[in-house]
Design a protein around this ligand. Sequence first.
Ligand code: BDR
Ligand code: CA
Length: 312
Amino acid sequence: MSSATRRPVILDCDPGTDDAHALWLALASPEIDLRLVTVSGGNVGLDRTLANALAVTGLAGACVPVARGAERPLLGRFRSETAVHGDDGLAGVVLPRGGEAIGGLAADAIRDLLRGADPGEFTVVGIAPPTNLALALATEPALAARIGEIVLMAGAWGEGNWTPAAEFNAASDPEALAVLLGLGVPVTLVTLELTAQALVTPARIEALRRAGGGACLAASRRIMEATPPSRRMGGRGHALHDPCAVAWLVAPELFGARKAAVSVECGQGPGRGRTHVDRWGKTKGEATVTLPETLDADGFFALLAERLARLP
Ligand code: BDR
Ligand code: CA
C-alpha cells in the first residue's frame, strides 16, 4: 500500500488487555501509519500502562514513539479496572520489557505532530480515558483542523459497564470527552453496544491459535484466555472493545452505522459520564457523531487473526 493511502494515526491508549490487541491490529495493518502512541492512566496506573504500551509495541518490533501522558483525569483521579485487566493491566500475561518512552508528555507530542500536519491529515484514535487528547486540543484548539476524524471507544446508548449510567472511558473523564465532542471535528463513537458484538469465545480463541505462531499472536491469545468472562455478556465470553475502534479504520465494511447527536453528562451525580445518544432524532441536537451499530463479528475476528499473524 502506498504511503499516500495509509492514514497517519495518533493512538491514545491505557493498556489494558483489549488495548494490547488494538495496538497490534494497528501496527499490523498497512491502512494505518501509526505515528505516535500516547498513554494515560486508566485501566491501571500510568506507570503500568506505559510499561505495557512499550512492551506491546516492542513485541511487535515497532519503532513507533510512545509518550507518557496523564496520571489523572481533568477532575478527580482514575479508578483502575483491575477486575477485568488484572493488577498488571495484561491479565497476568508477562511480556518482555519494551523500550523507552520519548521525552516530554503526551499532549506536547500530539501538538508537535499536528503543528507540522496538513488540514485534516491525521486520524486520532482514543481507546482510553480521553484526557491526553483533550489536554492537547484544549490548549491549542486551532490544531483540531489538522484532524480529519476522531474515533473513540467510549460511551453507550444504554447501560454502562463502570456505573449503571456510564462506560469506563467516558466515566473516567467526562469533561475530556465533552472537549472532544465540542471541537467541530467529525467524531466516531464506538460504544459498548457495538463492542458487545465482538465477543471473545473459546472457539474464536482457538481460531487464533490456528492462525499462526508469532509471539504477538500467541500473546494476544494468552491475554484473551486470561481475561475473565463478563457477567454483562452472560458469562459467554468478554467483549473486545478497543480493537473495534481500529477495525473501523481498517475494514469499515464490517460495520453498519448511523449519525446521531451525542452529549456527555458532566454532573457529579449518578449519571456522571453517561453519554446521551440521540439515535432517533428526538432532540434538537445536530446528528454529527457517527455511531457504528452493527458489526460482522466473524469478519472482525478473521481480520484480527489475519493481521496479527503478520507480526513477529
Ligand atoms: C473500555 O474501558 C477499558 O477498560 C477498556 O480498555 C476499554 O477501553 C471499555 O469500557
Ligand atoms: Ca482501553
